[in-house]
Design a protein around this ligand. Structure first.
Ligand SMILES: C[S@@+](CC[C@H](N)C(=O)[O-])C[C@H]1O[C@@H](n2cnc3c(N)ncnc32)[C@H](O)[C@@H]1O
Length: 195
């Protein structure tokens, strides 16, 4: 059994070892070619490096959402960024069909398997019809495959295919050519469009 993770406590005690201090390299490479446009939601945004990168690349508004208030209590905001304390599984009604894009990075791997279908539902519900999910999915943050351990929790390409296919069309799937040290060949970049 997995126990509930106290993300707030991890930030408060300085144990946010996933935080690299900069945006995901594969996101920066993607944005250099195809900036995300319109309103963008970043669930599990942590300290907001990805939020600011998407905003700086030209999105109209980027909302970073995280359960843990301490994650972004003292971070820099840009004019087109907003940080909201909240639960992806209890999104405000105003978020329904409100976003042109959602960006996923190390949130999915934080979600226990039994809640991952709820993750897909939540992301799909936040997107406008035809909106896109850009994900840098951290597939195997752990070398062991013990499903009872985590977070982070592993994922497979087959799992992503199965979970997302009902609500999304897969437009692109590739191993990023750039990654944080130690994450090389452990991630997949996927662009999915809401059906
Ligand atoms: C592994 S951290 C990654 C943070 C950030 N994406 C990064 O790369 O630095 C996972 C984040 O997801 C947040 N989180 C976990 N479950 C969540 C939920 N149900 N709703 C919103 N945020 C959540 C945690 O508080 C944490 O900040």
């Amino acid at each position: 059994m997995t126990t509930e993770t106290d993300w707030e406590a991890l930030y408060q005690s300085g144990e946010a070892q996933w935080d690299k201090g900069i945006a995901a390299p594969a996101l920066l490479a993607f944005l250099a070619e195809s900036p995300l446009t319109g309103r963008v939601l970043v669930p599990g945004c942590g300290r907001g490096h990805d939020v600011r990168a998407i905003a700086a690349a030209g999105a109209e508004e980027v909302i970073g959402l995280d359960l843990a208030p301490s994650a972004f209590a003292d971070v820099e905001a840009l004019p087109n960024t907003r940080f909201i304390v909240g639960d992806l599984f209890a999104l405000p009604p105003a978020f329904a069909s409100a976003f042109d894009a959602v960006f996923e990075h190390t949130c999915y791997c934080a979600i226990p398997r039994e809640r991952r279908d709820d993750y897909v539902q939540a992301v799909a519900s936040a997107l406008k019809p035809g909106g896109v999910l850009l994900g840098i999915f951290y597939l195997n943050p752990r070398d062991d495959l013990d499903p009872t351990l985590g977070p982070p929790f592993n994922a497979t390409l087959d799992e992503l295919d199965t979970r997302f296919s009902e609500h999304f069309t897969l437009l692109r799937s590739e191993t990023p050519t750039v990654a944080f040290p130690g994450r090389e060949n452990r991630e997949v970049l996927r662009l999915l469009q809401k059906k």
